[in-house]
Design a protein. Structure first.
Lengths: 260, 154
């Protein structure tokens, strides 16, 4: 009987913990984004973070985009060839990339490449008490450390998703047109006939913006909220990648159901 | 790294991103800059529009001269009302031109082909194409063919 009650209490405690963490992360996000008054120095910090988060992620995004586009074209060609409609491969590659794979794969890679780095960096700052020293000398770490990283993530991930799509479509064209011999006119014309700017491109971009928001928020919050020990940092980094990936995949389903 | 180089690479990164959006808009989705430019609208009633969609091409002599902008059901005439936007510089289509729904290839996309008429008046904004020919429905054709074969046997 005693253990039963203990178990129920455990469920209650973990529920309360989840609720408290959600509340903390909301307050944290609000404080970091609102009331950034001085923009002069903030701009320098933002540029530095854009470089770390965006530019340095460019290589992995370009390479994976290229290969995903190429493999989509190859698979699509092999299936569509049976129906004698291999010229539709351009349309298939473009729609798949713009609607789903572009935003989702970019977000997953972004969580792994940039998100984990953000968590580890902020977590170590907390563990070595840099954040509390900042508070001691009257500098708000939310404005100097957190806000630039959040904005850098929000700005750079949608741009990375766009680059991913373009490189993927180009890679698809390389395989389908140059290697497999699909006529390049029908590759591009089929694509242009079926892809609509507002319906496909802008909806894909909206997805990327939502994912950028969620992934960066999770990464930065996990770093800020982690236990200031080496184990805590390790756990927080793992949690960032796991939570961000699950959130992206779950949100993707909801967004797709709403959009298409 | 020096601030200047840092700013330069970040600026370059943002430029590439914006450029990617431009490529997606112009090259991939075929968004033309003057898509909403100078056009005039005509409409036509078809008995069966069978698979025609908005944004489908409107062609004359095989050349695209416009696109379908709206398709709705006309409840008074029990027909499909198709509205199309024709390029503004093509303003010499005779008023008795005819429109038919055609298929690219046997199973491809549907589009509208306009055949030239002989009248002196031209189609203007808001006028109707009266002479229309509906989409060829493969099932009907096959059905008719089978029916003919069966009746020949008797």
């Amino acid at each position: 009987m005693k253990t039963m009650i203990d178990r129920v209490a455990l469920i209650g405690r973990s529920g309360l913990d989840v609720l408290a963490a959600t509340g903390r992360s909301g307050v944290f996000l609000f404080n970091a984004l609102v009331g950034r008054s001085r923009f002069g120095n903030g701009f320098q910090l933002l540029v530095k973070q854009l470089y770390a988060v965006g530019v340095l992620s460019l290589a992995i995004i370009v390479v994976s985009g290229l290969f995903i586009g190429m493999v989509l074209a190859l698979q699509g060609y092999n299936i569509l060839k049976d129906y004698g409609s291999e010229q539709a491969v351009g349309q298939m590659v473009a729609l798949t990339l713009l609607r789903e794979l572009g935003p989702v794969v970019t977000a997953l890679l972004f969580a792994g490449r940039a998100g984990s780095a953000l968590t580890a960096e902020i977590g170590l700052m907390k563990a070595t008490e840099q954040l509390s020293s900042m508070e001691m000398i009257g500098v708000d770490p939310l404005k100097y450390v957190i806000a630039p990283r959040l904005w850098a993530g929000f700005i750079s991930m949608p741009l990375l998703a766009l680059i991913f799509c373009v490189v993927g479509i180009w890679g698809g064209a390389m395989v389908a047109v140059d290697w497999l011999g699909v006529y390049s006119g029908s590759y591009w014309a089929n694509m242009q006939n079926s892809v609509q700017f507002t319906h496909d491109v802008l909806n894909g971009l909206t997805k990327a913006v939502v994912f950028a928001f969620v992934v960066t928020w999770i990464a930065v919050f996990q770093g800020y909220d982690c236990e200031p020990t080496s184990e805590g940092i390790s756990r927080a980094t793992t949690r960032t990648v796991v939570y961000a990936s699950l959130a992206v995949l779950g949100l993707d389903f909801i967004l797709t159901a709403l959009m298409f | 790294m020096r601030t200047r180089t840092l700013e330069l690479t970040v600026g370059l990164f943002i430029l590439i991103g914006v450029l990617a959006l431009l490529v997606l808009a112009l090259r991939v989705s075929g968004l033309t800059v003057n898509a909403t430019g100078d056009t005039y609208k005509v409409h036509a009633h078809f008995d069966n529009i069978s698979g025609l969609t908005t944004r489908a091409r409107v062609t004359m002599a095989g050349v695209t001269i416009g696109q379908v902008t709206a398709i709705e059901f006309d409840k008074d005439r029990y027909t499909g009302r198709v509205e199309m936007a024709i390029r503004g510089d093509i303003d010499t289509l005779p008023a008795d031109s005819s429109a038919s729904i055609l298929t690219a290839g046997l199973l491809g996309e549907k589009y509208i082909g306009i055949s030239v008429g002989g009248e002196d008046d031209f189609l203007v904004d808001g006028s109707e194409i009266y002479d229309t020919q509906s989409a060829m429905v493969l099932e009907e054709l096959i059905g008719r063919f089978l029916f003919n074969t069966v009746s020949n046997d008797d």
